[in-house]
Design a protein around this ligand. Structure first.
Ligand code: CU
Length: 215
């Protein structure tokens, strides 16, 4: 886009310098080439590249119908243009494309001579596999004397990391690979602790914690 703008700018300046009196054509978002024939081929290109997607906007289409058994029929949201099947010739269409899918066909051979492209934002019907759901985890803790039984319940099998923390110090630790797992962690003394659980699965991490009091 930047390059294009740059080129346009250079061309504009050059044009102004060379011939200020030359009228410029109405601004468009681009020029497309629509060709059909002489063989069984139908093409819509921009700068030699097959058109598959365009930004919404107004375009000039140079149409070249080179066969008296084919035609170029372009249709889609707000656009309906076509050449005659039994005529040959060139013409120019100015069309405004909006969000949607546009088709072009030879009306004499629609099954074998057709193409399409999208404009702007189009709701496609392509099915894709949903990404794996992120893991979630819940933590519960039950205190029996100095033993803290921490239960992690994850939404899928995960690498579980259990820690019993007193302030910023981890006083007990355990790991497991499970969906639901209870581990017993020993508290070294009475006090307030936080049991922290980290679950990792498929590159995703979830954390949960629960505060406990050991008497
Ligand atoms: Cu045809």
């Amino acid at each position: 886009m930047k390059t294009k703008l740059g080129v346009l700018l250079v061309l504009s300046i050059a044009g102004l310098a060379a011939a200020v009196s030359v009228a410029r054509p109405a601004a468009t978002d681009g020029t497309l080439q629509a060709t059909v024939g002489p063989g069984y081929s139908i093409n819509l290109t921009q700068n030699g590249v097959k058109v598959t997607h365009l930004d919404p906007g107004t375009y000039t289409i140079d149409v070249n119908d080179q066969a008296d058994i084919h035609n170029f029929d372009l249709f889609g949201p707000g656009v309906k243009e076509s050449t005659g099947v039994d005529t040959i010739g060139t013409t120019t269409w100015t069309v405004t494309f909006t969000d949607g899918t546009y088709n072009y066909v030879c009306d004499a051979h629609p099954a074998s001579m057709s193409g399409k492209f999208t404009v702007g934002t189009v709701q496609t019907t392509t099915m894709s596999t949903p990404p794996p759901a992120a893991v979630k985890v819940k933590a519960k803790a039950k205190v029996t004397l100095r033993t803290v039984a921490v239960t992690a319940t994850a939404t899928k099998v995960a690498s579980l990391d259990f820690g019993l923390w007193k302030g910023t110090k981890r006083v007990a630790h355990a790991t497991a690979k499970a969906k639901v797992k209870t581990v017993k962690l020993k508290a070294p003394s009475a006090g307030r602790y936080v049991a922290k659980v980290t679950a990792k699965a498929a590159g995703k991490t979830a954390k949960a914690s629960v505060a406990v009091t050991v008497k």
